[in-house]
Design a protein around this ligand. Structure first.
Ligand code: ADP
Ligand code: MG
Length: 355
């Protein structure tokens, strides 16, 4: 087994849409570790679906090489490619179930035409229905199921050919938050119990935060940032990543709300509006209260929020500090390696938010 179950090298996909050329994916290099839960986040039109369709060659790349489990797919003869494609299962936002077949009939479907007895097919499909919590629904038709149940059927169907990779393309986007959480928990359990590598496409940071270990951020067909989820979302570098983070943590809305009522130009010379971020251990210590006493600085908290990213606590706080701000700021800056980060909120930051 190779360390990287998926390797995309120099992938570009260009669509010729009449006169227009659409560069849906541009120069993407991506390695996904075996057993990982890898998130790909981006706004609509970023190229996420096109990119993941390349993984099983549902979409032929215009340039680049696709390697799954050590096999470069473009070099395979048709029969070998059909076999290799079975290593990648997919689920979608709209479930794509066949209404005329029962739940069991849907799950069995990918096995039809394969060398497996009817009895074994049924046993396998039933075992998977049990695994996704739908053992009692084998004979039910899809139109009798809730959205969450339909997605469970789709998951069982995707797993019936024993894929090593499961791609989820916005699979929770049509579900309510509670059902979304249940489906994500199921995917996490399948990753642990079956060892299936999961590639999770979404436009919602909440989805990535709950179960992914790594994330790539896509914009205009390119991966603009990537890494461990906690690292990418606690120290975002690309503006679009910061955008996702601040939307998800409500920091952006808080800054806008605060600066509508408090005019930055009216702050005194010994006052600053500061956004603090506390990561990991820093969320458990009273760093700010210690330093505010030491430097005789007043901290007037206007917003505070604590969140979990890949199992790690991340706190946000917005406050006006008053007093010896130079000494206080220098002392806080020295705590960066302990997970304390600050950002001055000035006119430029506020202007950037409203653009
Ligand atoms: N079959 C196609 N023909 C032409 N353009 C396409 C096709 N599929 C996708 N696109 C375009 O490629 C870009 C990326 O689309 P897509 O991969 O669906 O993005 P996402 O999944 O991130 O929303 C969009 O501009 C979209 O309109
Ligand atoms: Mg899409």
């Amino acid at each position: 087994m190779s360390e990287h179950i998926i390797e995309l090298a120099d992938i570009s996909v260009t669509f010729n849409d009449g006169q227009q050329k659409v560069n849906a994916v541009q120069d993407v290099n991506l390695q996904i570790d075996t057993g990982d839960i890898y998130g790909i986040i981006g706004y609509s039109g970023a190229g996420k679906s096109t990119l993941v369709r390349v993984i099983n060659l549902l979409q032929m790349p215009t340039t680049g090489r696709v390697t799954v489990n050590g096999q470069q797919l473009q070099t395979l003869a048709p029969a070998a490619l059909r076999q290799a494609r079975k290593q990648v299962g997919m689920i979608f936002q709209h479930f794509n179930l066949m209404q005329s077949r029962t739940v069991l009939g849907n799950v069995i479907y990918p096995l039809l035409g394969q060398k497996i007895s009817k009895r074994d097919r049924q046993a396998k499909a039933l075992a998977l229905l049990k695994l996704v919590g739908l053992a009692d629904y084998a004979d039910t038709y899809p139109n009798k199921l809730s959205g969450g149940q339909k997605q469970r059927v789709a998951i069982a169907r995707a797993l019936v050919t024993d894929p090593q990779v499961l791609i989820s393309d916005e699979a929770t986007s049509a579900l309510d938050p509670k059902t979304t959480a249940a489906i994500l928990a199921l995917l996490q359990r399948l990753n642990r119990e079956l060892g299936v590598t999961i590639v999770l496409i979404t436009h919602e940071m909440q989805v990535i935060k709950s179960i992914c270990h790594h994330v790539a951020v896509m914009e205009n067909g390119r991966i603009v940032e990537r890494g461990p989820v906690a690292q990418v979302f606690t120290a975002p570098k690309a503006p679009i990543t910061l955008d996702f983070v601040e939307t998800s943590t409500n920091v952006r809305a808080a800054i806008q709300r605060i600066t509508r009522t408090i005019k930055l130009s009216e702050l005194a010379a010994n006052q600053e509006l500061i956004a603090f971020k506390f990561i990991g251990q820093a969320t458990k210590k009273g760093v700010i209260s210690q330093l505010s006493q030491e430097f005789k600085v007043d901290v007037n908290i206007l917003f505070a929020n604590i969140d979990q990213i890949d199992g790690q606590n991340v706190g946000d706080m917005i406050a006006i500090i008053t007093g010896d701000i130079t000494g206080f700021n220098a002392a806080v800056a020295r705590r960066a390696d302990q997970g304390v980060h600050t950002r001055l909120i000035d006119e430029q930051v506020v202007k950037g938010l409203s653009d």
